[in-house]
Design a protein around this ligand. Sequence first.
Ligand SMILES: *Cc1c(COP(=O)(O)O)cnc(C)c1O
Length: 384
Amino acid sequence: MKNFLPKQYKQDKKLNINHNYLSEQFSDHKKIFKKIEKVVRNNDFTLGKNVNDFEKRIKKLLKANYVVAVGSGTDALMLSLKCLGVKEGDEVITSPYTFYATIGAIVTAGAKPIFVDINDDYNLDPLEIEKKITKKTKAILPVHWSGRICEMDEIIKISNRYKIPIVEDSCHAILAKYKNKMAGNFGDFGCFSLHPLKNLNVWGDGGFVLIKKKFFYDKMMLLRNHGLISRNKNQLFGYNSRLDTIQAVVALHLLKKIKFITNKRISNSLYLDKKLSKITSIILKKRQKYLKEVFHLFEFRVKNKKIRLKLIKFLQKKGIDAKIHYPIPMHLQPAAKIYGYKKGDFPTTEKISNTTISLPVHEYIKKKDLNFIIKTIKGFFNES
Ligand SMILES: *Cc1c(COP(=O)(O)O)cnc(C)c1O
């Protein structure tokens, strides 16, 4: 097995309009270096002051009851399930249309992922959830795909009716809103990632959890740090999943820009929405007034797989980093073979996986780049 990432990054870098924008985002890195130097001088590496400061700032920004910073978005999910007492043989209901980590977290917590199909909004279909509930169901795990919050009113109703807690995968959804409430505040746990390609990011891995109840907050604080209640007392056996102080410095620095980042992603996406809506050969997501989507990606669909392949090749040849997030849904991944799912089990998920394309919409895309993207797509379909 080889590390495939260096080659992928090299390939992506050749394109002009890219999903990766980190060198621009951190062009003021010298300021961050100075703050890191302070951490190094103070030896404040493990759960240092910056971690506490970061948690406080997030709590205020996202209007959470409690916040715990952890090692990654994956850990945020896994530890939330552990807080709920999820163990071997339990089931967790989630979307097959997600990044691998959502499912990896469920499996490492010991549970079996139970998939439910999505709707054309790329999010869990609430009507399908109820059918999959059993005595073993220990959590419902909605994924707010690409920064669009799931139909939470419906999901909360089910959660209340069956007394099954909700763990939100909000990794794409910082500052997203559903009927004026922010992502991460609907369930008992709201999980976020600080991975370099997320809307708020650091120089490596990191994550955090919004927590509603004091009991779970106390447990999460223990779980992330070996279950230590004090230097000499091990209350329960836990994990080593702390946000590095150095990464907290980076996160705190970027946090100042998060509203700018978010607004820019939104305005870029709405511009694409407006201009691309004139092209009859593509299908855009239907926007809802009660949602504030924060556009981790800008996605649209075409008629079929063949056209998609051609369009992606065409866009890439013009230097536009068009990608598929993701071509193989989770239930059809080799890793999921043990669960016995097959092609055709989740028709909408498979339809979207076969026809979706994503474009970069981050804060450093220029208007002229957006116009170039629009012109290129119009050119491909011979529309003007
Ligand atoms: C990135 C991501 C995760 C995992 O986050 P990491 O910080 O990379 O562990 C989980 N769920 C979704 C939907 C993600 O995109």
